[in-house]
Write a protein that binds this ligand. Sequence first.
Ligand code: CMP
Length: 139
Amino acid sequence: MSERTLCIIKPDAVKKNVQGSIIQKILDSKFKIIGMKMMKLTESMGRRFYEVHKERPFYGELVSFMISGPVVVIALEKDNAVTDYRSLIGATDPAEAAAGTIRKLFANSKSENAVHGSDSVENGKTEVAFFFAESELNT
Ligand code: CMP
């Protein structure tokens, strides 16, 4: 079934200028890009987006990192998008990510891990809606 998932190319990857390579890998894996924008998250957006992690010890560090530079936010659609995109990006920690995955190729560490991916079908919908009005999406 067609699902939505949200990719964020994080500040570490944008700084390294690997946005194009990451987008190409996503397209090669047959995802449809239905929305894309480059932006700098405000602190308030970062805090709200990662609210589910607010009790975690790394929450402050995570928000500071995500607002430290521009990101590219991409709404994706595909059958089984959530699972397929998580396989494409690999484990959170690049040291544990499979060969050929986006994080293995481009991430620096567990915190500077190149890309975000939605962790459930429900969150895929919510996270796309966090960044895009329905009228901005090209379905
Ligand atoms: P992401 O998929 O964007 O969602 C939550 C993020 O928290 C995750 O990627 C990591 O970048 C970050 N994260 C998870 N665990 C840790 C950790 N132990 N230390 C720092 N950041 C973490």
